[in-house]
Design a binder for this molecule. Sequence first.
Ligand code: ADP
Ligand code: MG
Length: 315
Amino acid sequence: MSTVAVLQGGRSLERQVSLKSGARVEDALQRLGHTAVAIDAGSDLVARLTDAKPDAVFVALHGRDGEDGTIQELLEVLGLPYTGSGVAACIRCWDKVLTKHLLRGVGIPTPDFHAFSETAFRELGAAQALPAIESQLHFPLVVKPAAQGSALGIKFARTATDVPAAIVSAFSYDRKVLLERYVPGRDLAVSIVEQDASPMALPVVEALPEGRDFYDFEARYEIGRTRFVCPAELAAQTAERAQALAVEAYRALGCAGFARVDLMLHEDGELFVLEVNSVPGLTETSLLPQAADAAGIGFDQLVERILAMALARVP
Ligand SMILES: Nc1ncnc2c1ncn2[C@@H]1O[C@H](COP(=O)(O)OP(=O)(O)O)[C@@H](O)[C@H]1O
Ligand SMILES: [Mg+2]
């Protein structure tokens, strides 16, 4: 049996979700007979890890620091084995622009896009290129910060007049913004868990908006306004294609352990990868545990498997 530090909380915008993921992981570890040491990731992180002397670290941090490779870098320095993806894969997943370039580079479909830094707007007059971007991507278009999660800072621009405010809003989350072609269709997620060192796609989950205008994006993500269906009601070949694309994306980004790939299924049947989450939610209502459950993998078994992979990768 192992002593496992469960990193959670932190300073990111997803602190509350992370605390829930962490608490649930701790409970599972205890049921499995391990010793779980909860650590809220703050300025005493290194000291607390040094005191705890864990055999492994379970990273249950979402968002900045936990998903962008920062924590992973620290754990490498301390020589502590940890769950999930390594530093480089976290960096690739956290930056949606980098993710999309890498996916496009290996032929994985992702919606067309253009991305700019704040300095391009401030110092190079990038705003004057907006009409050209708009005519290439068409309306509505999606404006999002390169980094962040949980739909933070994402806006749908219906016309050219919506674009500047959407860009300003995205810049409040990150110094780089992504303008992306809108994909009309269904919102899918494929979670991946490795089995015997090869990525295994879990059943597809569909996020369904409850009523309301489908452009009313903010409303969609309010609690209770989205319903999740797993396995998603899809033709077998569509589900298999979504799973295959998710595994390809996971490999292309060099992920390890587990991850969740978000996709859109266009009305015309085409699939597009939006992003890959390197530390997906592990709460009662999170998609990865739901998908694992649908595949007959209970939460404790999931945690044990993720932990075993970390322990097998002792640095
Ligand atoms: N290009 C797009 N076309 C249609 N819907 C999109 C598009 N990009 C994002 N969305 C919607 O916004 C949600 C969140 O976008 P995503 O890129 O996964 O960012 P994050 O989950 O990190 O906030 C998606 O699940 C989808 O519902
Ligand atoms: Mg997403």
